[in-house]
Design a protein around this ligand. Structure first.
Ligand SMILES: *[C@@H]1O[C@H](CO)[C@@H](O)[C@H](O)[C@H]1NC(C)=O
Ligand SMILES: *[C@@H]1O[C@H](CO)[C@@H](O)[C@H](O)[C@H]1NC(C)=O
Ligand SMILES: *[C@@H]1O[C@H](CO)[C@@H](O)[C@H](O)[C@H]1NC(C)=O
Ligand SMILES: *[C@@H]1O[C@H](CO)[C@@H](O)[C@H](O)[C@H]1NC(C)=O
Length: 408
């Protein structure tokens, strides 16, 4: 074997017999000759969300740890991000499409936070990101070396016609001023993501794939224009950041055409609602966990067929939705779900996997070292692996990150 590799073995559950010292043998075969897939060098990613403290449908889990308020000077935060050297961070979430950037001639003055609003999307008004705050966030990213994906406000300028349907072209003028400002301050952005959960049937709001594809062409042209003098570090376009819908995603890629979208992003919440106490049963049920493979495979096929220039990303995944599970998302057992997802996503050639959240909600990563463990030991080359044992045994193999020794 040419390369050292690392084998991840997860035991979801110990049958009673095992606890009473019976031994069950299983043979694990790793196909080390060639990789079956390859992730990005920085596959592990964590999100920072816009959710407000008064998002209370699941016991107000976000508190003050959201984009507009997170304490960017907290020493533990900087230390934790730095430990990854580097950590990929995606800024986004449900309220992102209602964000106005407080720059240039934006219509919002003064630049105010989200307010609760009965008629607003998700119960909130528009909210404003001040450039002071944007500088503070970037100062944290700069000093910790984070690789940043920022989600843009893809509803800006559209009209809501019926139910959740929004029509009309994206108005890019506020985003343009914002990106221009970002470049002028030397803030480094790895990629700009367009919209949050507006695809398919949408969560809260949806936009047709044809319109979305046309807007992406405009966004790409705008970035090419604004970054014309930064040719060596031009950010890529990531979209659409929502739940996978084969037809919608295919059409998006057909309409936007070659080399517009750098990464097709989708979201996964496969453990049910955060308030549901049976989240733990799903975490420990191999057939339930295995169902995500279908989504990963379908995304991979859609990219191969309609957009081979694009890579596939998970730009948000939290296990249990709506803030995570208060009982389980921050505990050891959640690692079984998370590691299994990281392994499975890799096998289907997913390049980046963003975990909701870095901090905030019930699923904050800062409470665990699971992500760091993966980031440090699992290299980007994914190997085939098989075993004939119990389905509770989950195995994934990658070449090691550091080529020092063979780890099993
Ligand atoms: C802002 O508005 C002023 C006056 O309305 C105009 O002169 C200026 O060009 C505008 N700036 C931008 C960046 O659009
Ligand atoms: C941080 O900012 C400084 C000054 O703009 C720049 O030289 C440096 O490359 C930045 N570091 C990172 C990791 O972005
Ligand atoms: C786009 O939005 C800006 C404010 O961000 C507004 O001034 C402008 O009139 C809008 N353009 C169109 C075509 O609606
Ligand atoms: C790029 O550089 C040229 C020459 O210095 C300058 O005229 C132009 O305004 C710059 N473009 C942008 C978008 O900054």
């Amino acid at each position: 074997m040419d390369h050292p590799w690392f084998l991840l073995i997860l035991f979801l559950n110990f049958p009673i017999g095992l606890l009473s010292k019976e031994t069950v043998k299983a043979t694990v075969v790793v196909y080390g000759a060639e990789a079956v897939a390859e992730t990005d060098e920085n596959f592990v990613c964590a999100t920072i969300d816009w959710w407000h403290p008064s998002k209370c449908s699941n016991q107000c889990p976000f508190g003050l740890s959201y984009v507009l308020n997170l304490d960017t000077n907290h020493p533990h935060l900087a230390k934790a991000i730095r430990a990854f050297d580097p950590l990929r961070i995606r800024i986004g979430g449900s309220l992102q499409d209602q964000v106005i950037y407080g720059v240039g001639n934006s219509s919002v003055s003064p630049c105010l936070e989200f307010q609760e609003s009965e008629n607003g999307l998700f119960g909130f008004s528009q909210g404003c990101l001040s450039m002071n705050r944007w500088d503070e966030l970037n100062s944290l990213f700069n000093k910790t070396g984070a690789i940043v994906t920022f989600g843009l406000n893809a509803l800006h300028g559209r009209r809501q016609i019926e139910g959740q349907e929004w029509v009309g072209a994206w108005n890019s003028s506020n985003a343009r001023s914002f990106i221009k400002y970002t470049i002028s301050r030397g803030h480094r952005i790895d990629s700009w993501e367009f919209g949050n959960e507006l695809c398919g049937r949408g969560i809260g709001a949806h936009v047709g794939a044809k319109q979305y594809g046309e807007d992406l062409i405009a966004l790409k042209a705008m970035l090419d224009d604004l970054y014309v003098n930064n040719s060596n570090k031009k950010p890529s376009v990531v979209a659409p950041g929502g739940f996978f819908d084969q037809q919608w995603y295919g059409e998006l890629l057909r309409v936007s055409g070659p080399s517009v979208v750098g990464a097709i992003s989708h979201h996964i919440y496969n453990l049910g609602a955060g308030v549901d106490p049976s989240v733990i049963d799903r975490i420990l049920d191999p057939s339930h966990l295995g169902r995500s493979a279908e989504t990963f495979r379908d995304v991979q096929l859609t990219v191969q067929r309609h957009g081979p220039w694009a890579s596939a990303w998970v730009s948000e995944a939290g296990g249990a939705y709506n803030g995570g599970s208060r009982l389980f998302s921050g505990t050891f057992v959640d690692s079984f779900w998370y590691l299994d997802q990281l392994g499975m996503a890799s096998v289907f050639n997913t390049k980046v996997y963003c975990r909701q959240t870095l901090v905030g909600g019930n699923y904050g990563l800062l409470d665990t070292i699971t992500a760091l463990l993966w980031h440090r030991v699992m290299g980007k080359r994914v190997l085939g692996v098989e075993h004939g044992g119990s389905p509770f045994l989950r195995t994934y193999a990658h070449c090691s990150k550091q080529k020092v020794s063979i780890n099993t």
